[in-house]
Design a protein around this ligand. Structure first.
Ligand code: TXA
Ligand code: MG
Length: 346
């Protein structure tokens, strides 16, 4: 076992060649990557403890989805409203089919996009072993197969569905590095598995398949156009403005919010604003750029980390964001930005 200093730990987080290392609680020492670290994480999960792990979208705060007590621990650690149901992560489509009723659309989507950033909301099977608390008592359950080797190794190794919301305190910006998890939830988890920065960078696209018409609940890491190319047009409801009865509680208007106010579609920022760029900017350089070339995939991967980096109240009065086109992954990026910019009042 090798131990690293905190700065080296952070550097290691950005090195893709490291399969994983493990943070323990608040201690910034890191166990060197090893199968033993994975075995350790599996033991924690089987014992009902919380383990944060990387996925291709954002880091998840995982617990045994069949264990009410473990699931309650997720809500407590995140200070999450109890009405907000969790996604059950599984190793493959067959494991999903043990939890929910998969119809032809679901199998087609699973075949095309799993493992990947797509969550399907489907009817729970009568014998579904997932905790009712994880599903918030609903007749439906959200399932997803994440596309990250560490997440898949964890799921296969423990043989359990893992309930996993994004590994951040409720309402805060989602974590795309292990260091983000450490900053928000350190001390509340048994372990954090290190898997480098998340390559997709925004949460999965959520599709409701409980009715005859597929319905978009949350735009995210899989472009809606790709889903429609496979199963035809899907319903895209107007943005939810009624916070009392959200379709998916992640659709609460104010969500994913940094501390500073966020202003959207800004081409001429004030001098005391941090300016988050996208594409060419002309004479004034942005403070940071989501993608200097205007690439939406690159922008999604950078979004949450850059919002965190610019969230410096002692330096800036607000975060001003350039316009982002609303197609492909731009739909999910704009959704997160609109929530970050929404009136807080919660
Ligand atoms: O990319 C992701 O989806 C990440 C990673 C960790 O997998 N997870 C994630 O989970 O974003 P979370 O809990 O932050 O967001 C899940 C969303 C919530 O808005 C929740 O309300 C919605 O999924 N959801 C879960 N089960 C649902 C259900 N049965 N019906 C409708 N919405 C559901
Ligand atoms: Mg979340």
């Amino acid at each position: 076992m090798h131990f690293f200093l905190a700065s080296q730990a952070r550097a290691a987080a950005f090195r893709r060649d490291r399969p994983f290392v493990l943070y323990r609680g608040r201690v910034m020492s890191i166990l060197s990557p090893s199968p033993a670290a994975l075995a350790d994480a599996i033991a924690h999960l089987r014992a009902g403890r919380l383990v944060a792990f990387p996925t291709e979208t954002v880091y998840g705060l995982g617990a045994d989805a069949t264990n009410d007590h473990a699931v309650a621990g997720i809500y407590a650690a995140k200070h999450r409203p109890q009405f907000n149901p969790l996604i059950a992560h599984v190793a493959d489509a067959a494991a999903a089919a043990a939890l929910v009723v998969m119809d032809a659309r679901a199998w087609a989507l699973a075949g095309a996009f799993w493992p990947g950033p797509l969550t399907l909301v489907l009817p729970r099977r009568a014998d579904c072993p997932v905790s009712l608390l994880a599903g918030a008592g609903l007749d439906s359950l959200a399932v997803r197969v994440p596309a990250h080797p560490i997440a898949l190794a964890l799921l296969r190794g423990c043989g359990l569905p893992l309930a996993a919301p994004s590994a951040n305190p409720s309402g805060a910006v989602s974590p795309t590095t292990a260091a983000h998890v450490q900053a928000g939830l350190g001390g509340k988890v048994a372990a954090i598995l290190e898997g480098g920065p998340c390559l997709v960078g925004i949460e999965s696209t959520i599709l409701d398949l409980t009715g005859p018409h597929a319905r978009l609940l949350r735009p995210g890491g899989l472009a809606v156009e790709r889903i429609e190319a496979l199963i035809g047009p899907i319903l895209r409801p107007a943005p939810i403005v009624d916070d009392a009865a959200p379709l998916a509680p992640g659709l609460l208007r104010s969500h994913y919010a940094p501390g500073l106010p966020v202003r959207l579609n800004v081409t001429a920022p004030a001098p005391d604003e941090a300016w988050l760029g996208f594409g060419p900017t002309g004479a004034r350089q942005p403070t940071l750029s989501l993608s200097p070339t205007g690439d939406l995939t690159e922008a999604a991967a950078h979004l949450f980390a850059m919002l965190r980096q610019l969230d410096q109240p002692d330096r800036y009065r607000a975060i001003a964001v350039m316009p982002i086109p609303a197609h492909g992954l731009g739909l999910g990026i704009n959704d997160r930005l609109e929530r970050a910019a929404a009136p807080r009042g919660r």
